[in-house]
Ligand binder design. Structure first.
Ligand SMILES: [Zn+2]
Length: 165
């Protein structure tokens, strides 16, 4: 951010959290965005991973999820994202934890807070990858290689889950 969004004058960064205009005092805050993801298990305690279609981390494993839209609850967002990405409804979604995240997109780092849910899906569910997901994998806990997981927040959430499960 180099110029004031209101008057076009130079801005200065304050406390690393906002840009204040040198002329009209307009302030643009770098607010934390909200995202959501789900750790989904089947009846054999395998975990569901999506394969990312797009950057960042294209080709890496991820948890189903995405950004929460304006006026949407986290519960609505995770159900919508799973439906968009895999064309299924996950049962019994319940809150697990939140994870701070940094998301590099188009050369800009966005700070987000990811709301993580737990849920259940039968192994025979008919998953149809779409949107920003190119495939999926069911993995036993001992098969999970966190180096194959592309985003920090998903790794943190999984580590927390695997430590407590
Ligand atoms: Zn200004």
């Amino acid at each position: 951010m180099q110029r004031c969004a209101r008057c076009g004058a130079d801005v200065r960064v304050e406390h690393g959290r906002a840009c204040r205009c040198n002329v009209c005092d307009f302030i643009l805050f770098f607010n934390v965005g909200a995202a959501t993801a789900a750790i989904v298990e089947d009846e054999s305690a395998r975990l569901l991973f999506t394969i990312r279609a797009k950057e960042p981390a294209a080709g890496y494993l991820d948890l189903p999820g995405g950004f929460i839209e304006p006026d949407e609850t986290a519960e609505e967002a995770i159900a919508r994202e799973i439906k968009e990405e895999l064309n299924v409804s996950v049962e019994n979604l319940r809150f697990f934890c939140t994870v701070p995240n940094r998301y590099l997109f188009c050369g800009v780092i966005y700070h987000t807070l990811d709301v993580i849910f737990l849920g259940f899906l039968a192994r025979e569910a008919d998953l149809q990858p779409a949107d920003d997901v190119t495939g999926f994998e069911w993995l036993k806990k001992e098969e999970i290689d966190l180096d194959r997981v592309g985003l920090d927040a998903a790794r943190l959430a999984l580590r927390k889950y695997l430590d407590t499960a």
